[in-house]
Design a protein. Structure first.
Length: 79
């Protein structure tokens, strides 16, 4: 019974911290700060929920697209 209670307490703490990071990330999008990083961390903590997992995958895909676009424009062009 104590083990189950501890597991539930850990899950509750993860959920609270995840939503807090998610909310702080949204606020940081409008103010100075690493908003996308905080949103990513919050979604990673909330990944036990299907909606959070889907949003995290979309965020990762957009990050890869941005990285590829930046790296392709910074490549020196050989004549």
């Amino acid at each position: 019974m104590i083990v189950r209670t501890m597991q539930q307490a850990k899950r509750l703490i993860k959920i609270v911290v995840g939503f807090t990071l998610l909310l702080a990330g949204v606020v940081m999008l409008l103010t100075p700060g690493p908003g996308l990083v905080a949103i990513g961390l919050g979604l990673a903590l909330l990944a036990e929920f299907l909606w959070a997992r889907r949003l995290l995958e979309r965020l990762k895909a957009q990050g890869v697209k941005i990285r590829d676009a930046v790296l392709s424009t910074n490549q020196p062009k050989n004549p």
